[in-house]
Ligand binder design. Structure first.
Ligand code: NAP
Ligand code: ZN
Ligand code: ZN
Length: 348
């Protein structure tokens, strides 16, 4: 049984600290990964602090994993020892239901197994995430990484990347479409890069005036500071699609009037308290509010391959594992450009 070390939260109030544990014995279709880099998603902070009320402790967070394969089971076909492998938000599912058969494992009828803080389908142990030295995972839930990409900047693609790529694809964002991205954080900056790359006219909404120049550099055609009511009003009735990537409670009524007839506002941000909206802002113009969650395994590989082809990665600030508690505080202050990534070689 692979022995592991990582950084864990012991309860909702404690900061993260060193923690030793064991992972399950690898099965025939499992690979063992030495974790090289792990991104710091705002979901890790929500989970570590039990902001969604579903946390299990001790908790080793981390679901943006890039690593090197150190062992493979006898039935593994996709990887060999020494390969680079990447793992995202889910690590297992029932594999029999219609969504699983259709490659939408994240919508598994039985519920997919999360990378951390959920019972493992194999042995019932609680999954522990990527803020650790290794991971054991079925090869179906691990991805190949294009060789031309910088590995530390690839890690955030496994959550922030797929979570934004999937809805942009589903709602057919492309040339001739006007698209808004709300919130320029880890998810938001990937959404901006993808929407720009897909050929849409992209407007970035931000609460932080200091991010205007960065937003333009990352691909925004226009940037609106959302506290500027006149600038917001100037976009009334003009958007085909808006992707909301905000981590804190905020009113959707600021954005619904900006949609065109039949336009869609899709929520990927998961604030602890759900955002409110006025129904009158939906009925005039037959507008929709929808949600989207990560992506299935085939689409995650498609996204990585797209990134390889178009040379897209995350803008990252690499930190040591012992800086993780400070990184959480900085996330809350919107002080990250634009994703923290832990260099796991700093875990001693
Ligand atoms: P992040 O890096 O902290 O970015 C969040 C952004 O939201 C901030 O940069 C900020 O952008 C904006 N923001 C923060 N507080 C705000 C406030 N009070 N009012 C308005 N805007 C505010 O977080 P992230 O890692 O991108 O994650 C964003 C959210 O998505 C989290 O809730 C996370 O749990 C969720 N998530 C969902 C999925 C999914 O599958 N649906 C997957 C991953 C993450 P500006 O400074 O530009 O205003
Ligand atoms: Zn995430
Ligand atoms: Zn299933």
């Amino acid at each position: 049984m692979p022995s592991s070390k990582g950084f864990a939260a012991q309860d909702a109030q404690s900061s993260l600290g060193p923690y030793n544990f064991s992972r399950r014995e690898p099965l025939a279709t499992d690979i063992v990964i030495e974790v090289l880099y792990c991104g710091v998603c705002h979901s890790d902070l929500h989970m570590a602090r039990n902001e969604w009320g579903q946390s299990i402790y001790p908790m080793v967070p981390g679901h943006e994993i890039v690593g090197r394969v150190t062992a493979i089971g006898s039935g593994v076909k996709k990887f060999k020892v020494g390969d680079i492998a990447a793992v995202g938000v889910i690590v297992d599912s029932c594999r029999k239901c219609a969504p699983c058969k259709g490659g939408e494992e994240h919508f598994c009828a039985e519920g997919a197994t999360l990378t951390y803080a959920q019972p493992d389908r194999v042995d019932g142990s609680i999954t522990m995430g990527g803020y650790s030295n290794n991971y054991v995972v079925d090869e179906r839930f691990a991805h190949k990484v294009p060789a031309n990409l910088d590995l530390k900047a690839v890690a955030p693609l496994l959550c922030a990347g797929i979570t934004t790529y999937s809805p942009l694809r589903h709602w057919k964002v492309g040339p001739g479409k006007k698209v808004g991205i709300v919130g320029l954080g880890g998810l938001g900056h990937m959404a901006l890069k993808f929407a720009h790359s897909l050929g849409a006219h992209v407007v970035q909404f931000t609460t932080s005036a200091k991010k205007i120049e960065d937003a333009k550099r990352l691909g925004a055609d226009e940037v609106v500071v959302s506290s500027n009511k006149d600038a917001m009003k100037a976009h009334t009735g003009s958007f085909d699609f808006i992707l909301d990537c905000v981590s804190a409670p905020h009113p959707l009524d600021d954005y619904l009037p900006l949609l065109k007839q039949d336009g869609t506002l899709t929520l990927v941000g998961l604030p602890p308290e759900s955002p409110s909206f006025g129904v009158f802002n939906l009925i005039g113009g037959r507008k929709s509010i929808s949600g989207s969650m990560i992506g299935g395994m085939p689409e995650t590989q498609e996204m990585l391959d797209y990134c390889g082809k178009h040379n897209i990665v995350s803008d990252v600030e690499v930190i040591r594992i012992d800086q993780i508690n400070d990184a959480f505080e900085r996330l809350l202050k919107q002080d990250v450009k634009y994703r923290f990534v832990i260099d796991m070689s700093t875990l001693k």
